[in-house]
Write a protein that binds this ligand. Structure first.
Ligand code: GDP
Length: 456
């Protein structure tokens, strides 16, 4: 394969920068541009060595660098590789990259280093995908899931299911091809029990996706309510909660801020209209239309009302929005005399999801968090022991595998010959193989690696 080069550190100025090369001519290219302080033949330099020296262009020094040597197959890509640690200026890094290219390397495509690790058999496709997740992780939990996947926990689980099915298929095929051999006949019950066992495992993986989505993105939560109901007070109370870990992330629209908060292990992605906390006047502009729009894409709506006043026309419209979604109704300002209580007939449909609270006095917050935990079954997420699917592609393939398992089961129950079952089981294996990569088409593989950043 060709020798590729790329700048692997983020664009911009930094203390150091790393230019990476991989491929069979790596050390030949390096030899032309690197003068080590104590030169040695490449054969004498073991892998995982760092050498000090200069990058030169026609014997003129370009930069003082450290070069790490990695020798095939013990490298990120499984090929010969080097990493040039230069000073972190854009001009220097570009110059060094140019020198690599001038001396025989080709510019790497996004994700090409990782793609080679996959093609070299060091990692499977789901592990390669987890590398993107780790790079993009916004929370500890998300990074943790990525690392688990990189370590191969998902692949192991998938391979376990594949092996069980393969064993059944082999037995079926032997009994079809060599009926004269005295092989122990595989019974329909054996097949059924393997199908059932595999299906339970796959169903569990599939179910974990919803939790996986929450871990990745947090529960997308929008607080709605008319001006002065107490939206900002509630938001501040949540954000100031001792155990809240807050990460500000850029909102998807210009006028919103998204805040990733983890409270008692509950990841909330709070969508906040920038105006709420900045200028009081803007609050008036955030009308029903805006709430409707925000509510559309939310996983959870927190609708807040000033319970010391009767429902106004605007409040009733807000209740309408909340009715169509997973919602929690907050009766705020319970420290004042209440005009609206949880028993109000207009709140009947919300049942247990009506919470008395005082944002100002921080009363009722624990009840709110507990309600959210129950609503999303978050107690069931056991991150350390369970495998959580976080990738939509994996979820879809698992769903297809389950469908094909069901097909096989029906064929069997209809009393059709076993060789027809083998066809459906082969489809299941193909679905699972596409997760780990042996059965993923080139197009899919290319599309996955194109999502990587340059230099990875
Ligand atoms: P927003 O317009 O919905 O964001 O409402 P704010 O959070 O700005 O609150 C409006 C007013 O209600 C402020 O003067 C708050 O201090 C007050 N407020 C908020 N929560 C409570 C509460 O629980 N009890 C009382 N008495 N006042 C509150």
């Amino acid at each position: 394969m060709s020798t590729i080069a790329s700048i692997s550190t983020a664009p911009g100025i930094g203390g150091i920068g790393i230019i990476r090369m991989s491929g069979e001519n790596t050390f030949k290219v390096l030899d032309k541009i690197f003068r080590a302080k104590s030169p040695k033949n490449i054969e004498e330099i073991p892998g995982y060595t760092i050498k000090y020296g200069h990058i030169v262009d026609e014997e003129k020094n370009i930069d003082e660098v450290l070069v790490s040597y990695f020798k095939a197959p013990k490298s990120y890509t499984t090929e010969d590789m080097c990493e040039i640690n230069s000073h972190g200026g854009t001009v220097i890094m570009r110059k060094i990259l140019e020198l690599c290219l001038k001396n025989g390397a080709e510019l790497a495509e996004p994700g090409e280093f990782t793609k080679r690790a996959f093609l070299g058999g060091r990692i499977d496709l789901s592990q390669a995908e987890s590398i993107i997740d780790i790079i993009n992780a916004k929370s500890d939990r998300e990074a943790k899931e990525g690392i688990k996947q990189l370590e191969g926990f998902l692949s192991e689980k998938i391979n376990e299911i594949k092996n069980d099915l393969l064993e059944i298929m082999t037995n079926i095929e032997v009994s079809i091809d060599y009926p004269e051999y005295d092989t122990p006949d595989i019974t329909n019950n054996d097949i059924l029990s393997t199908i059932e066992k595999s299906r339970i495992k796959l169903e569990n993986l599939k179910k974990s996706f919803d939790n996986g989505k929450i871990i990745r993105q947090g529960i997308k939560t929008v607080i709605i309510g008319k001006p002065n109901a107490g939206k900002s007070s509630l938001l501040n109370a949540i954000l100031k909660e001792d155990r809240a870990i807050v990460t500000e992330i850029e909102g998807t629209t210009r006028d919103t801020i998204e805040e990733f908060v983890t409270i008692n292990g509950i990841p909330l992605n709070l969508i906040d209209t920038a105006g709420i906390r900045e200028a009081k006047d803007e609050v008036e502009m955030i009308g029903i239309e805006k709430s409707k729009k925000l509510a559309e894409s939310a996983d959870l709506i927190i609708a807040i009302f000033d319970s010391s006043k009767d429902f106004s026309k605007e409040d009733l419209e807000i209740l309408e929005i909340a009715k169509n979604k997973k919602s929690i109704i907050i009766l705020n300002k319970i420290d004042l005399e209440q005009k609206i209580t949880a028993e109000n007939p207009k709140l009947e449909v919300f049942d247990k999801n009506v919470i008395n609270l005082s944002a100002k006095n921080k009363i009722g917050l624990e009840t709110l968090f507990k309600r959210i935990t129950d609503m999303f079954n978050l107690d069931e997420i056991n991150l350390d022991n369970d495998i959580v699917i976080t990738n939509e592609r994996h979820k879809n393939l698992i769903s297809k595998a389950i469908e094909n398992l069901n097909k096989a089961e029906n064929i069997l129950k209809d009393g059709m010959p076993v060789d027809i079952i083998a066809i459906s089981l082969k489809d299941v294996l193909a679905n699972l193989g596409a997760i780990t990569g042996e059965e993923a088409g080139e197009e899919i593989i290319n599309e996955i690696f194109a999502r990587f950043c340059l230099g990875k």
